[in-house]
Design a protein around this ligand. Sequence first.
Ligand SMILES: [Zn+2]
Length: 253
Amino acid sequence: MTQTEPAKTARDAAEPSTCIICRGTNFRFAGTSHGYRIFHCEGCGFHFVHPTPPLDEIAAIYEKYSSNTLYSAKADRKVQRAMKQIKRYRRLAKGPRFIDFGCNIGTAVEAAHRLGFEAYGVDIDEESVGIARKQYPSGRYHAGPVESLPEDWKDFDFAFMIEVIEHLPDPHAYFEAMRGRLKPGALLYLTTPDAGHWRVPRDFTAWKEVFPPQHLHYFTRKAMRRFLTDHGFEVIRFIWSPKSRLKVLARKL
Ligand SMILES: [Zn+2]
C-alpha cells in the first residue's frame, strides 16, 4: 500500500455540507469522474467536485496539459470571434477600459484593442501571458492571480471572463478580487459550461464538459444568477446557446 491511499480513501468518503452557491443542504451524488466525486445541489442545480482537490494537485494537471499551443494555432480565428462578441455588447459598456480575466494568449485583449478599447489581460499561466506579450503587444498583461494585479489596474468598464469560473478552486474569492477592479455600472460578459442545458446527458458524468480537476464547478442559470447577485452584480440577460454554454451579461451595481 502506498502512502497516499489512506488519505484518498478519507477524502472520497467526505460528503458536502453546504452548497457554496445557494447555502442549500440537499445533495445528490452525481457520479465519479477521473477519480473525483461530483455532487448536485437540489436547491440551485449547481454541480461540483467534492472535496475540492488540493491546489498542488490542480497545478500539476495544468503543467501536464498546457493547451496554449493549440490555442496559438487558432489564434487569428479567436481574435475575429472575440471582435464579434465585443462588437455585439460594447454599446452597453460605459467607457473605454476593457479587461479579460483569464486572457490566455491575449486574443480577446487584441480584439478589444482593435475596436478602440484600452485593453488589459490577466492570466495565472505565465507561459500564455508570455505569448500574449509577444504576439499582441498593444495590450497590457499581467501574469498571476487576480489578487496580485497592479494597483492602477482598476476602474474597468467592460470585463470578459470566458470559460474561467469552472476552473477556479474558490470562485467567491476570485469574484471579490475581480469586483474591486471594476467601475460601478461596469459590464461583465461571462461564459461557462451550462449544467442546466438540454444537451447535458442524464448521466451527468458522461457530459463532455465534466473533466475534473480542470473543471470543478458546473453552473446552471439559477446558480449563476444567485452567485452574481450575491457578488453585487445584476444579470442583464442570459444569451441562448445551441451548445451547452451558459452565457451571461451582467452589470456591477
Ligand atoms: Zn445550491
